[in-house]
Design a protein around this ligand. Structure first.
Ligand SMILES: CC(C)(COP(=O)(O)OP(=O)(O)OC[C@H]1O[C@@H](n2cnc3c(N)ncnc32)[C@H](O)[C@@H]1OP(=O)(O)O)[C@@H](O)C(=O)NCCC(=O)NCCS
Length: 163
């Protein structure tokens, strides 16, 4: 990860989104590890498998650094007919609280809005930062999945709909 420290106080930054394919598996595993601080690790092999699944789409959020676009965040989703599921979203800790996840989500929601797609995702009850991000973007809770995570924590099932 070549991103240099950028404290959150620096405010919003310019984000460029790039679609990625299976070649990004290694990079995604590094970003995922950094964002989740080693919890819920998805290694490159896991990302390789996920990226090979039909309907899976990955967007990388890149920021400009020394005239280079450096990837610092990602969103992975899977789309089948008129439904999409957000599988993972993360931003490198050095770049959090600068509006990057909001840009990634807004991109998916914008596309879903255009094609009439409903989006779903699961989030830990304890993950207030992510819940706040999703609710700001227009997601709302439709169900609870008891003991959804390996450690026994429940998940909130959130939905976004264009209708
Ligand atoms: C959740 C995460 C993706 C947010 O990324 P981010 O780029 O920092 O988020 P943004 O700067 O776009 O913030 C958008 C909104 O999310 C909420 N938010 C983000 N981080 C937050 C935090 N640490 N505490 C409280 N709210 C937070 C706020 O409502 C924020 O809006 P505001 O800055 O106007 O208050 C990031 O913290 C992360 O990678 N976390 C670890 C991985 C993870 O939990 N992924 C989600 C799994 S479901």
């Amino acid at each position: 990860m070549s991103a240099e420290p950028h404290p959150a106080e620096q405010g919003p930054c310019v984000v460029e989104l790039k679609e990625a394919g299976p070649e990004a598996a290694e990079l995604l595993s590094i970003l995922h590890h950094a964002a989740f601080e080693g919890r819920e690790p998805w290694d490159a092999a896991a990302f390789g498998q996920i990226l090979g699944m039909p309907g899976v789409v990955v967007w990388l959020a890149c920021v400009s650094q020394s005239e280079e676009a450096v990837p610092v965040g990602f969103i992975v989703s899977r789309h089948v007919v008129d439904e999409g599921e957000i599988l993972s979203v993360g931003v490198h800790p050095q770049w959090q609280r600068r509006g990057i996840a909001r840009v990634l989500l807004a991109h998916l929601v914008g596309r879903a809005s255009q094609i009439g797609e409903t989006l779903f995702l699961e989030v830990r009850f304890s993950n207030r930062a992510a819940s706040s991000l999703y609710e700001q973007t227009g997601f709302w809770q439709v169900a609870v999945r008891p003991r959804y995570y390996e450690d026994g924590e429940d998940a909130r099932l959130l939905k976004w709909s264009p209708r």
